[in-house]
Write a protein that binds this ligand. Structure first.
Ligand SMILES: NC(=O)c1ccc[n+]([C@@H]2O[C@H](COP(=O)([O-])OP(=O)(O)OC[C@H]3O[C@@H](n4cnc5c(N)ncnc54)[C@H](O)[C@@H]3O)[C@@H](O)[C@H]2O)c1
Length: 260
C-alpha cells in the first residue's frame, strides 16, 4: 500500500518544472492527479507518462488568476473523482524583471495576479471540498522575498512570494479546525522552464546592480541548481501523513543558497 492510495491531488502548473515532477511523484505514490495548467496540450505528455506507469491523471485547462475558471476546475475534478485531498498551489511566473522606476503598473499586476491572487483562488475554491474530510495544501513560494533580496528587478516577484508565505500562515490557522494542513515551500534555483516566463530589461537593470562579489558558486551543498524531482520529494512528504503535525511553516529547499 502506497502512502497516497485513494487520494486526489489538484496540482497547478503541472505541465512543467516543479509541478510536473510533483504530479509524477504523487501519482507514483498512489494519488490520482488533476493537472491544472493554462494550456491543455502542454500537460498531455505528463498525463501520458503517468498513465503509462498505471496511474490516473486528468487535465484541466485553467488560468489560475481567473476566479470562474478556478471554481470550475475544482468542479470538474470533483465530478470526476468525488473529492480533493491534496492541493499543490504551485503555478507561477517570474514576469517582467525591471527596476521599480521602470516597471510598468500592468507588469506589476500580471506578476501579483498570477502568483498571489492565483494562490488565493487556488486555496479559496478548494475549501468547500476539503473541509469535509481535511487534507494538505502546499504553496510554492521562493527564497526570493523570504530570505534573499539580491535579485535586482524582482520586486513584484519577491512581493508575491513573501505574500504567499503570509497568506499560507493565515490559512493554516484558519483551516486547522477542518484538519487541513497548509505549508509553504521555498525553493532556491531549480532547473525548470521558468525562463520562458522571465523578461529581464537588461539595459535598465544595469543602473541598479550593486557590484558585489559572491563566493564562487551559489549552491553550497551541491555544485548545481536543484532538480524538480528533489522538490517533488518534499511535496510528497508534506502531502502525506508523514507530516501530520506540520502546518503553517515554510520549508527551504535550496542547498543553503539563501544563507550565503
Ligand atoms: N525554478 C526556480 O528556480 C524556482 C525557484 C523558486 C520558486 N519557484 C516557483 O516554482 C513554481 C513553479 O515554477 P517552475 O520553476 O516549475 O516553472 P515552469 O515555468 O517550469 O512551470 C510553471 C508552470 O506554471 C504554469 N502557469 C504559469 N502561469 C499560469 C497561470 N496563470 N495559470 C495556470 N498555469 C500557469 C506554466 O504554464 C508552467 O507549466 C513557481 O511558483 C515559481 O515561482 C521556482
Amino acid at each position: 500500500m502506497s502512502q497516497l492510495d485513494g487520494k486526489v491531488a489538484f496540482i497547478t502548473g503541472a505541465s512543467s518544472g516543479i509541478g510536473r515532477a510533483a504530479a509524477i511523484k504523487l501519482a507514483q505514490e498512489g494519488a490520482k492527479v488533476a493537472l491544472i495548467d493554462v494550456k491543455e496540450e502542454n500537460a498531455r505528455d505528463v498525463k501520458e507518462s503517468i498513465e503509462e506507469s498505471g496511474g490516473s491523471a486528468l487535465i484541466v485547462e485553467c488560468d489560475i488568476a481567473k476566479p470562474k475558471e478556478m471554481e470550475q476546475s475544482y468542479q470538474k475534478v470533483v465530478d470526476a473523482w468525488g473529492k480533493v485531498d491534496i492541493v499543490f498551489a504551485n503555478a507561477g511566473i517570474n514576469g517582467v524583471i525591471a527596476p521599480i522606476e521602470d516597471l510598468a503598473p500592468e507588469d506589476w499586476d500580471e506578476t501579483i495576479n498570477t502568483n498571489l491572487k492565483g494562490t488565493f483562488l487556488t486555496v479559496k475554491y478548494a475549501i468547500p471540498y476539503m473541509k469535509k474530510h481535511g487534507g494538505s495544501i502546499i504553496i510554492t513560494s521562493s527564497i526570493n522575498g523570504n530570505r534573499i533580496y539580491k535579485n535586482f528587478g524582482m520586486s513584484a516577484y519577491s512581493t508575491s512570494k513573501i505574500g504567499q508565505t503570509g497568506f499560507g500562515k493565515m490559512a493554516a490557522l484558519e483551516l486547522a479546525q477542518y484538519k487541513i494542513k497548509v505549508n509553504i515551500i521555498c525553493p532556491g534555483a531549480i532547473e525548470t522552464n521558468i525562463g520562458k516566463n522571465t523578461f529581464p530589461q537588461e539595459d535598465e537593470l544595469e543602473k541598479i546592480k550593486i557590484p558585489v562579489e559572491y563566493p564562487e558558486g551559489n549552491q553550497p551543498l551541491e555544485e548545481h541548481a536543484g532538480k524538480p524531482e528533489q522538490v517533488a520529494d518534499l511535496v510528497f512528504f508534506l502531502a502525506s501523513d508523514l507530516s501530520s503535525h506540520i502546518t503553517g511553516t515554510e520549508v527551504y529547499i535550496d542547498g543553503a543558497e539563501s544563507l550565503l
